[in-house]
Design a binder for this molecule. Structure first.
Ligand code: NAD
Length: 435
């Protein structure tokens, strides 16, 4: 029996308790974001429940022998939020605070991000609740390999393709690829992306997220009449994403006036020497102690006079406590989920343009897609070609989102969700339900 979009499905059940938002944790924030776009989805809204229920959740026990002979158990997760548009795709995070709710939300944001830049993937994410700094290299390898074996029943080059995220890197991807390949009996480079270049990785992948941040920032700046070459930029987090984005803004003539990281904050009104700062961070692990700048109290970072602010560290950094202090005209979310919903509303009211994570940091997954394509064809492109294609994808995606934001008079976050949810639910409708 057909169900019209206006009548509730006769079999509708409330979401099971573990899918409900008891408090506004990451999954609760995602559900709220979906509720905001539902009115714009027209007839596709009848499929919206699809987005509120991850397709598949796997929780695994990861036991390993520690170096001292004891046995330790870690909890691991892999969540495939949606695979309507293609295989699951998303990183693996090793962190002591990882929770199932967080991994569910991150997997859902991957569905949105992948659809927003129109790469043929669904969304997935994984993680282990562990502080990897407490493990030796051998313990880290054993944990990574056992986790890969445990989730091996649902990942694969055409099923779900992990990648690096917080505290995971090229080496961990190499161990994951090797473990999966050993279990399969043949080398399967396409099972993960973000691998070392010598093992089927892609040129340009390491810089891709920062390059994407810069590209959408430059596009948005043009539209609001902000001259990047004269802009003052403040960056939180000077690692892979923030460091590269800062470098590219500086190369475009902008002044990077302030940087904050886990070790402290620094300021120089005339602009920091970014190549020297990157060298300092590579040696010392933090921006703190950089001698060609003034040290600043970490919290003062949010008051710095600037045109562009780039949060590129952790979740929930811009909150109702500091959103009213931000002086920038534009916030580019390099990190995932750096702005809380209340802070988002405050910035919107204050006319600060927020370029949301689901489009702003999608450069990484875009080049991951290029890596996967190169692995399948065993034909590798040069870096110039990769960067050109990346810029084209980001510019096109951003132009589409901008147009939808203007059409519906909504924020860029809601516009990105509208574009992405329409794409996901359209493919859901085309595929229909099996059986
Ligand atoms: P990274 O480990 O290279 O850098 C993290 C940076 O954050 C470091 O400079 C660190 O000092 C800083 N930091 C950590 N704790 C902090 C604190 N309490 N206060 C201020 N700064 C702090 O990580 P990354 O790869 O640059 O990732 C940063 C963010 O970008 C994460 O949210 C990640 O999920 C997101 N992201 C990364 C990629 C990617 O390709 N690397 C892609 C999409 C999104």
């Amino acid at each position: 029996m057909a169900t019209s979009s206006s009548t509730p499905a006769p079999t509708a059940h409330p979401l099971p308790s573990y899918l409900q938002a008891e408090h506004l944790g990451p999954w609760g924030i995602f559900l709220q974001q979906v509720d905001r776009v539902e009115p714009y989805l027209g007839n596709l809204a009848r499929w919206v429940e699809t987005l509120k229920r991850p397709k598949r959740i796997l929780v695994v026990d990861v036991p390993i022998h520690l170096d001292d002979g004891r046995i330790a158990h870690f909890e691991g997760y892999r969540v495939q939020h949606n695979t309507s548009r293609g295989p699951g795709k998303g990183g693996v995070r090793f962190h002591q605070d990882v929770t199932l709710s967080e991994v569910m939300a991150l997997s859902a944001w991957m569905s949105i991000k992948n659809a927003a830049v129109n790469v043929p993937y669904g969304g997935a994410k994984g993680g282990i609740r562990v502080d990897p700094k407490t493990l030796s290299r051998g313990e880290l390898e054993r944990m990574t390999r056992r986790y890969t074996s445990e989730i091996g029943i649902i990942i694969g080059p055409t099923k779900d393709i992990p990648a690096p995220d917080v505290n995971t890197n090229e080496q961990i991807m190499a161990w994951m690829m090797d473990t999966y390949s050993m279990n399969q009996g043949s080398t399967a480079t396409g099972v993960v992306t973000g691998k070392p270049v010598d093992l089927g990785g892609s040129l340009g992948r390491r810089e891709a997220t920062g390059r994407g941040v810069f590209t959408v920032g430059a596009e948005a700046a043009k539209r609001i009449g902000l001259d990047v070459a004269k802009a003052a930029v403040a960056v939180q987090g000077f690692g892979n994403v923030g460091g590269i984005a800062g470098k590219l803004f500086a190369e475009a003539g902008a002044r990077v006036v302030a940087v904050q990281d886990h070790g402290g904050a620094i300021y120089r009104e005339a602009g920091l020497d970014v190549p020297s700062l990157l060298k300092h961070v590579a040696e010392k692990g933090t921006v703190a102690g950089f001698e060609h700048a003034e040290a600043m109290e970490a919290d003062k970072f949010w008051d710095v006079p600037c045109d562009i602010m780039i949060p590129a560290a952790l979740e929930q950094q811009i909150t109702k406590a500091n959103a009213h202090r931000i002086q920038a005209r534009m916030v580019i979310e390099g990190a995932n989920g750096p702005t809380t919903p209340e802070a988002d509303d405050i910035l919107h009211e204050r006319n600060v343009l927020v370029l949301p994570d689901v489009i702003a940091n999608a450069g990484g997954v875009t080049v991951s897609y290029f890596e996967w394509v190169q692995d399948f064809s065993s034909f590798f492109w040069d870096e110039d070609e990769i960067n050109k294609r990346l810029v084209r994808v980001m510019q096109q995606a951003f132009a589409g989102v901008w147009q939808v934001a203007e059409q519906h008079k909504v924020s860029l976050r809601t516009a990105t969700f509208i574009v992405a949810c329409e794409r996901i639910l359209h493919t859901r409708e085309l595929r229909g339900l099996y059986p």
